[in-house]
Write a protein that binds this ligand. Structure first.
Ligand code: PMP
Length: 451
């Protein structure tokens, strides 16, 4: 009898192809033209690897969506989730729970800010950061930058400068955009060694033209992620902070991708020695184990809401299981010296990327900080003509992506760029193996361009 049940289970277990078909037939994939979606069946995962339905092992050089900082299936995070599920699975957002208070306290400690408002992810965190800035300042405009991504809900998508916002425009009113500190392709035609940081001074001009008393906040990614790892010069943030202070404008630092160890610090802006008024975070807050985001506000902003209504909150805000996952995840960062590993492996990564930049004709620039890096591909090193157009792709980039996939290296490519953002627990050997595959891919691109 037992044997029959086992046999029956074996017979009825769906194949990988059936799973993929069911996903494609009954679900919509995000950011995809549906008939071009080509999902891999992700069956199981551990550490820096995952396995597909055919039992191929993939090296995850993208930490899924640059969020699984402690890697897949970390036992301490899994256990914390299981424990919390057993104890208390849900409490409405107006109740006090142990994991919520513990997390708020820890976030205040590591950011130097005061209080957290919990959300379900990064987009919603940015929505609420904008709302909080408007309520607190009584002003309405928000300055953001062109090469930025802040989310896919209506407000956060409008706040983004990324072309992904184009189809939903006009979106939310009151967004004004500025240029980015993109030193490889400086929008002001300057060189970083000799420029006057026109990327900051032109924001001051925008402020004057828009009316300083109308501007609630400047919203920037700590370090721009999905638009190409734009690492500002050392004095960029101090100058931006001073500009905000001069006009009473809040600085909102979107650390959804760059925060929580990705650059080796809690926040990318901590490398620059400045303190924002509001920090938004998500991804590395739980390493993706449960959905969670946060808006962390300064003491004056927290104080304001002591006597003013905070207009916001969803049914699942401050979910106890998500907060428990975050608490365990943040403990892993400290107990397992994850940021130290980021520094060590980050140095190795930078060394390898610099060598790649020198040896491959198709590599125009490499940018990295910690385990957050991009390779920017060009047709010609001298003219810097991109290997694929802005908001487009090219046969060469397609070939590179297909090669990496064929080698079961999961790495994010977009426009003329390739990201290397593995889980922060990666070893040098694992990192080296993935970079060897990338080098082979770049060799193929060089050969194609030369032919
Ligand atoms: N801000 C930044 C900088 C991001 O990279 C992302 C996600 N890639 C978001 C916000 C949106 O976060 P979520 O997808 O969790 O809503």
């Amino acid at each position: 009898m037992t044997t029959n049940i086992v046999e029956l289970e074996q017979i009825t277990e769906p194949t990988s192809q059936q799973i993929i078909d069911e996903n494609r037939d009954y679900t919509l994939f995000s950011w995809s033209v549906q008939n071009a979606a080509n999902p891999v069946h992700l069956k199981r995962a551990e550490g820096v690897y995952f396995w597909d339905g055919d039992d191929n092992r993939w090296l995850d050089f993208s930490s899924q969506l640059i969020n699984m900082n402690v890697g897949h299936q970390h036992p301490k995070v899994l256990n914390a989730i299981k424990k919390q599920v057993d104890e208390l699975c849900f409490a409405g957002p107006s109740f006090a729970t142990e994991p919520r208070g513990t997390l708020g306290k820890k976030l205040a400690e590591v950011t130097g800010l005061a209080k957290s408002f919990f959300t379900l992810g990064g987009s919603e965190a940015n929505e609420n950061a904008i709302k909080i800035a408007r309520l607190y300042t009584g002003r309405n405009k928000i300055i953001t930058r062109y090469r930025s991504y802040h989310g896919a809900t209506m407000g956060s998508m409008t706040a983004s400068g990324d072309p992904r916002r184009w189809p939903v425009e006009p979106g939310m009113p009151g967004v004004v955009r500025a240029f980015d500190p993109y030193c490889y392709r400086c929008p002001f035609g300057q060189k970083v060694e000799s420029c006057h940081r026109e990327c900051v001074s032109h924001i001051e001009e925008i402020i004057r033209m828009e009316g300083p008393d109308n501007i609630a906040a400047i919203l920037v990614e700590g370090i721009t992620g999905s638009n190409g790892l734009l690492i500002p010069p050392d004095d960029y943030y101090p100058k931006l902070r001073a500009l905000c202070d001069r006009y009473g404008i809040l600085l909102i630092d979107d650390e959804v991708m760059s925060g929580f160890g990705r650059t080796g610090m809690w926040l990318a802006t901590q490398h620059y020695g400045i303190k924002p008024d509001i920090v938004t975070a998500a991804k590395g807050l739980t390493s993706g184990y449960m959905p969670l985001g946060t808006v962390i506000v300064s003491a004056p902003i927290a104080e304001y809401f002591e006597t003013h209504m905070l207009y916001g909150g969803l049914t699942y805000s401050g979910h106890p299981v998500s907060c428990a996952a975050a608490n365990a995840n943040l403990a892993v960062y400290e107990e397992e010296s994850i940021f130290e590993n980021v520094e060590t492996q980050g140095a190795y990564l930078t060394h390898r990327l610099n060598s790649i930049e020198q040896r491959f004709a198709c590599v125009g620039d490499v940018r990295s900080i910690g385990l957050f890096s991009v390779i920017e591909l060009v047709k010609d090193k001298v003219t810097r003509e991109p290997l694929a157009p802005f908001n487009g792709t090219s046969p060469e980039m397609g070939k590179l992506a297909a090669y990496l996939k064929s080698q079961h290296l999961y790495a994010f490519t977009r426009f003329n760029m390739l990201w290397v953002c593995p889980p922060l627990i990666i070893t040098q050997e694992q990192l080296g193996n993935g970079l060897d595959i990338i080098e082979e891919g770049l060799r193929i691109v060089d050969a194609t361009l030369a032919s």
